[in-house]
Design a protein around this ligand. Structure first.
Ligand SMILES: CC(C)(COP(=O)(O)OP(=O)(O)OC[C@H]1O[C@@H](n2cnc3c(N)ncnc32)[C@H](O)[C@@H]1OP(=O)(O)O)[C@@H](O)C(=O)NCCC(=O)NCCS
Length: 339
């Protein structure tokens, strides 16, 4: 007779707290237009972006994530010993080995948590949140630190007018832990690898090595393809995420879509028939697209400015490279947000 594995069960899960890091340096559209043939007006009307923040000298995905993570843990009121897993959603850590999550865990003084990176572009944070919620539900972890961070400016070609104006840098972190009632709904996620080329690093590391031309790679994007895919697909994803949680648009206190393009978000809002009373995140105006950091940063702005209530019901949807998406309904954290 072989031994049976002892079954485990956890509890419902919740976002307990939120902390963010926004770099000091504000980069205006005028500054971006010094290296591309464009105008402030074109960028504002086509994307909604007025400015973004770029990391300063010495700042990296690891330092930004550490700052956001420290604030999220402080806001949760937990001790560092209580964080037993850390998930870093990022596509801009400079080394494939070691993973960024162990470096951040060490910098935060976490005593040996499970730690791994997760690469799903701008949908990374919502993927990480889904994994963390399930770890807590399954009883595999009790408190998980999920950090969405990207240092986009380091991989931008600032002479490429199809992408240079879109991205910014930042980090957002949440602590996910147990709850008496469900406060993170089921994830709705998916991908379309047939369109993988629409957002890509170019050249690949192997192509660089083979060419002997050691220039750093850049992000390249087929903007129109991404726009069409997002406008067509993400409205349905948002609806499916609401249905999966049994929540109607009229129940929402906030809609927090990925901050890729304000026009995309307006189309999603229209498709969802979102009541005008439901506030929609607009962090893109001053933050641009910070990839994996975009959703938690946008949440933080809504809570900080009182657009959304602590503990309110929010629909989150991340989408981007892959092309991939993930979305879920959550209760916003009740702990004071650490900005
Ligand atoms: C990038 C994006 C803002 C471009 O907007 P658009 O309305 O699709 O613009 P188009 O690519 O159709 O180009 C329209 C015109 O503007 C020009 N143009 C492109 N970039 C420009 C720029 N930065 N400044 C001025 N003109 C520009 C084009 O050359 C084109 O000119 P033409 O009509 O004379 O041929 C938009 O496609 C977008 O946001 N896509 C999604 C990107 C995204 O979200 N990426 C991240 C996902 S996570």
């Amino acid at each position: 007779m072989t031994a049976e594995i002892t079954p485990t069960t956890g509890s419902h899960s919740a976002i307990l707290s939120l902390g963010v890091y926004r770099p000091e340096r504000v980069v205006t559209n005028e500054e971006v237009c010094k290296t591309i043939d464009s105008t402030d007006e074109w960028i504002r009307t086509r994307s909604g972006i007025r400015s973004r923040r770029f990391a300063g000298p010495g700042e990296t995905s690891v330092t930004m994530a550490t700052s956001a993570g420290r604030k999220a843990i402080a806001a949760s009121g937990l001790d560092t010993e209580q964080i037993d897993c850390i998930i870093m959603a990022t596509s801009s850590h400079y080394n494939q080995t070691p993973q960024a999550a162990t470096l951040v865990a060490d910098a935060l003084g976490l005593p040996g948590p499970g730690s791994f990176d997760l690469s799903a572009g701008c949908a990374g944070f919502c993927h990480g949140l889904a994994v963390a919620a399930d770890l807590v539900r399954a009883g595999s972890s009790r408190h998980v630190l999920v950090i969405g961070v990207d240092h986009m400016s380091v991989g931008l070609d600032m002479t490429d007018r199809t992408s240079a104006f879109i991205f910014g840098d930042g980090a957002g972190a949440v602590v996910v832990g147990p709850s008496d009632t469900p406060k993170i709904g089921p994830v709705v996620w998916g991908s379309d690898g047939g369109q993988a080329n629409a957002i890509r690093q170019e050249p690949s590391w192997m192509d660089i090595v083979n060419s002997g031309d050691y220039e750093r790679p850049s992000l390249r994007m087929e903007g129109q393809s991404v726009f069409r895919w997002a406008a067509f697909t993400i409205g349905k994803v948002a609806k499916d995420a609401l249905d999966a949680s049994g929540v109607g648009v009229e129940d929402l206190d906030a809609f927090v879509p990925h901050q890729a393009n304000q026009r995309i978000n307006e189309l999603i809002v229209r498709g969802l028939k979102l009541p005008e009373t439901v506030p929609v995140a607009d962090d893109i105006i001053e933050t641009a697209n910070t990839s994996a950091a975009s959703v938690p940063l946008a949440m933080e702005k809504m809570l900080r400015e009182g657009q959304a209530p602590a503990g309110g019901l929010a629909l989150l949807v991340g989408f981007g490279a892959g092309l991939s998406y993930a979305g879920q309904v959550v209760r916003l954290p009740e702990a004071p947000v650490e900005s």
